[in-house]
Each structure stands twice: as structure tokens, then as C-alpha cells.
Design a protein around this ligand. Structure first.
Ligand code: NDP
Ligand code: 2IT
Length: 461
């Protein structure tokens, strides 16, 4: 008896599901209690089912088994002396997850919550994000459970020097190229680069990105993640006949990504009414005064609460997750992982949100994402939306190799083009693989296919 087409599809689906489920079970056993890492893996595995149904060759070559296991995870001691002469010890991490399409590339996070699970989720997502940029960069991430809050400049410098003294054994312009992330900005990058240069005894500008403009940094890198986020979301909105112009926007966080997302959204004609830090949020119905936020956060390193001292008509509310109760058209979570849970998602939807753009890495829980997609809220996933930062990092590496620097406008133009391409690639893959309007599936598949192609070419390594 002939097997019908629908029966074949059913068999293929069953085989793909079994394959993916078995792999997930093994990963769960091998990485117990690493909830953030398992969450990131689960999202990717579920998205890739249509790929395995269509192209069984990826099942036969162990691509999934290999891509979910880091090539290398380095954990090291970081001893330093505080201003009172007391010896402190932190833990340093670098995950070198996948180097199939280029040197490992990804930021360093300094935050007390940092552990192996967080570094591995970030490094894993970076593989797909970096592939989406279309530039030759592999996936990596690192950081420390060091808390920069309340530390003196001298303490920050000594910590960075100690961290780099160990990390320098594992990185290089063609090997692994760190950059910033939460708690690591221009100041820290300067100290890290200085120590690398001192130890190596040579000027290898391309070993780290996010550098200051005086010593090999790229114009637009500081702005890139926030601007890129807004460029991506504007593409997504335009595709549905919407735009930033005239809309009300809520942005969480008040760090690097948030500040430049606010700046670009306002430039495009939106009113950004709220932003936050880990203590609480400010609501300014007139639109946030960004020069105050920049002064408080980039220069004085103060709490967002202080905003109301300068703008008394604004309101401060304790507790950062409450920010999602503010009615808005567009929500840009730009602070940290899992900041939008199912309850926040429900509130946003009840209040009529039209689009979500993830400036942060994995800011929405799996349940929240499912609800957004179900309710037809336009949803731009972090791997695609926030890829502008690492993309301009790769452009910084190019400029360092060529020993020249492009103008702000040149880099900004390239960033716009890259974000547009990422959007189009994600849409195309979502349609090709049977999930139109699902950019989570589209972006994950588009990133995966590039890396998988390279992995197939390299053999079983
Ligand atoms: P910053 O350190 O500059 O800012 C982080 C902001 O988020 C701060 O306002 C901080 O508040 C808040 N925040 C941090 N942790 C928490 C938490 N646990 N709960 C609530 N709020 C928190 O970091 P970035 O702006 O660079 O990074 C923000 C997000 O964007 C991260 O998810 C990062 O991985 C991602 N990202 C960053 C890129 C970059 O180029 N920098 C590129 C792509 C993604 P507080 O000051 O109180 O800690
Ligand atoms: O999450 C990210 O993409 C970053 N923190 C930026 C990484 C980079 O290498 O610029």
C-alpha cells in the first residue's frame, strides 16, 4: 500500500520530535539546575523542528548534539585587593561556544548573579545572533560575579587587571574577542585592554571591542545596540503599517542599550514615557529627558530615582517589574533576562501593546513569548533585535585590521542595512519553514542554517 503524503509528513514530524526530545533530555541531565541555559536551548530546539523535518541531513551529522555543547568553558579565580587592603576573590568565566564561522565573539558581564548557567545561555544565544549579522564571528561570552556597584575607580581597575591577567591566555584577535555587556562599559574595556596590551607587549587592537575612540574604538559602537533595536522594530512595525512616530514607548533599564534605544525612538517621533533600573522605574508623561538620564547613569553612576529631583512632574515607583503595567504601544525590554514573565505579558496585552522588541538577551520567559505570538503582538526576539551591538563590534574589528576608521554616518548606515537584512532573513525563514509571522522561529532557523552549513563542511570536530 502506498504511503500518503500526509502520512510521510507525520512520520517525519514524529522522527524529528523524538530526536529533539531525546537530545533535550540528555542536555538536561548533563547541565542540571542550569535553568537559564536550558531555557535558551529549549527555545532553539523547538524552533528547529521544521528544519529537521525538511533536511534530515542535520540529524545525521550530530549538528544539534555538538552545537549545544560548548567547545570550551573556562572558569578561573580572580583575586584582587579592595581599598581597605582586604583580599577579595571573584570567579571569572569565558565560554567559547562555537567557532565554526569565525573567532568566538561576545561580551563580558560583571554582575553578582553571574554563574555558569547565565554565561552559557548568553554564549549559546550569541552563536545564532552572530550568524544572523552575516559577519564572520563565532559565539562566546564571559564575565564575573564581581559587583561593580559602589566600587571605587581604583578597585574597578585592579579587578579588571586581575581578570585580564588570566583571561589573556585564552583570547586574541583571531581567537576570541570580548566586549562589554551588563556592568562592563568603556571604563572597564579601557582597563581590560590596557592590561592585555601590557602583558602581550604588542598593540593588538582587534582583541577587544567597545574600545574608546582614542585607541581604536569604532564610532557608533556605543549607540549600536540601542539604535539597532529601534531600526529592527521600525522595520517590523512598517511591515504592519505602523511606525514609531506618534507612539508611546516604554523601555526597561537605563544602561547602554536602553539609553540609545530611547534616543533613537525619540528621534523617530515616539514619546518614551518610562525607564528603570534594578530598584524601580520613572514615569514621565512628557517624555523622558535623556540628557538627565545620561548624566545620572553614564557620568555620575547614580540611581534612576534621582531623576525626579530634576523633573518633579515625573513619578518614581519602587520595583522594576511594575514598569510593564504602564500602557504603551511599543515595549522595549532592555535590562536583563526573564524581566517579562507571563503576568507582565498579560498586563502589556490588556493595555493594548502592539509590538515588543527585545533589546536585552532573553528578557521574556518562554510562556510570555508564547502568549505574545498567540495574541498576534508583533514580537522581535533578542537574537535578531539586539544584534546591532555585536555587528558594529565586528565592524570595529574590520576597521582595526585595516588600520583606519569610518565616520559615524558610514557605520550607522551599515548598521541600518544589517538590521534590515536580519529582519528580512528572519521573515523569509519563518515563511519558508511554515511559521509565518513567527520571528522567533525565523531568526533561530536563519542563524542555525549558516552555522550548520559551516559545521557540515568542517567534518566531525
Ligand atoms: P548596562 O549595565 O549598561 O545596563 C543594564 C541596565 O539593566 C541597568 O539599568 C541595570 O540596573 C538594569 N539591570 C541589570 N540587571 C538587572 C536585574 N537583575 N534586574 C533589573 N534590572 C537590571 O547593560 P547593557 O545596557 O549593556 O545591557 C542590557 C541588556 O542588553 C543585557 O541583557 C545585555 O545582555 C543585553 N545586550 C547588551 C549589548 C551591548 O552592546 N551592551 C548587546 C546586546 C544585548 P542597575 O543599574 O540597577 O543594575
Ligand atoms: O549580547 C551581546 O551581543 C553583547 N553584549 C555585545 C557583544 C559584542 O561582542 O559586542
Amino acid at each position: 500500500m502506498k504511503t500518503s503524503e500526509s502520512e510521510i509528513i507525520h512520520i517525519q514530524q514524529h522522527a524529528a520530535e523524538k530526536y529533539v526530545n531525546d537530545i533535550y533530555e540528555t542536555i538536561k541531565q548533563r547541565n542540571p539546575n542550569e535553568n537559564e541555559f536550558l531555557q535558551a536551548v529549549k527555545e532553539i530546539l523547538d524552533s528547529l523542528l521544521p528544519v529537521f523535518m525538511k533536511h534530515p541531513k542535520y540529524m545525521e551529522n550530530g549538528i544539534l548534539e555538538r552545537i549545544t555543547e560548548p567547545e570550551r568553558l573556562i572558569i578561573f579565580r580572580v583575586p584582587w585587593v579592595d581599598d581597605n587592603g582586604k583580599v577579595r576573590v571573584n570567579r571569572g568565566f569565558r565560554v567559547q561556544f562555537n567557532s565554526s564561522i569565525g573567532p568566538y565573539k561576545g561580551g563580558l558581564r560583571f554582575h553578582p548573579t553571574v554563574n555558569a548557567s547565565i554565561i552559557k545561555f548568553l554564549g549559546f544565544e550569541q552563536i545564532f545572533k552572530n550568524a544572523l549579522t552575516g559577519l564572520p564571528i563565532g559565539g562566546g561570552k564571559g564575565g564575573s560575579d564581581f559587583d561593580p556597584k559602589g566600587k571605587s575607580d581604583g578597585e574597578i581597575m585592579r579587578f579588571c587587571q586581575s581578570f585580564m591577567t588570566e583571561l589573556c591566555n585564552y583570547i586574541g584577535p583571531d581567537v576570541d574577542v570580548p566586549a562589554g555587556d551588563i556592568g562592563v562599559s568603556a571604563r572597564e574595556i579601557g582597563y581590560l585592554f590596557g592590561q592585555y596590551k601590557r602583558i602581550r607587549g604588542g598593540y593588538q587592537a582587534g582583541v577587544i571591542t567597545g574600545k574608546g575612540l582614542a585607541y581604536g574604538g569604532s564610532l557608533t559602537r556605543k549607540e549600536a545596540t540601542g539604535y539597532g533595536t529601534v531600526y529592527f522594530v521600525e522595520e517590523m512595525l512598517n511591515n504592519s503599517g505602523l511606525t514609531f512616530k506618534g507612539s508611546t514607548v516604554v523601555v526597561s533599564g537605563s544602561g547602554n542599550v536602553s539609553i540609545y534605544a530611547i534616543e533613537k525612538a525619540a528621534q523617530l517621533g515616539a514619546t518614551v514615557v518610562a525607564c528603570s533600573d534594578s530598584n524601580g522605574y520613572i514615569y514621565d508623561p512628557l517624555g523622558i529627558n535623556l540628557s538627565t538620564v545620561k548624566r545620572l547613569k553614564e557620568v555620575e553612576r547614580k540611581r534612576i530615582k534621582e531623576y525626579i529631583n530634576v523633573h518633579p512632574h515625573a513619578k518614581y515607583v519602587e520595583g522594576c517589574s511594575n514598569i510593564w503595567a504602564i500602557p504603551c504601544d511599543i515595549a522595549l525590554p532592555c535590562a536583563t533576562q526573564n524581566e517579562i514573565d507571563i503576568n507582565s505579558a498579560k498586563l502589556l496585552i490588556e493595555n493594548g501593546v502592539k509590538a515588543i522588541g527585545e533589546g536585552a538577551n532573553m528578557p521574556s520567559t518562554l510562556e510570555a513569548i508564547e502568549l505574545f505570538l498567540q495574541q498576534k503582538v508583533l514580537f522581535g526576539p533578542g537574537k535578531a533585535v539586539n544584534a546591532g551591538g555585536v555587528a558594529v563590534s565586528a565592524l570595529e574589528m574590520s576597521q582595526n585590521s585595516m588600520r583606519l576608521s569610518w565616520t559615524f554616518e558610514e557605520v550607522d548606515e551599515k548598521l541600518k542595512e544589517i538590521m534590515k537584512n536580519i529582519y528580512q532573513k528572519s521573515v523569509k525563514c519563518s515563511e519558508e519553514f511554515g511559521h509565518p509571522n513567527n520571528l522567533v522561529v525565523g531568526a533561530n532557523i536563519a542563524g542555525f542554517l549558516t552555522v550548520a552549513e559551516a559545521m557540515l563542511a568542517h567534518g566531525i570536530i
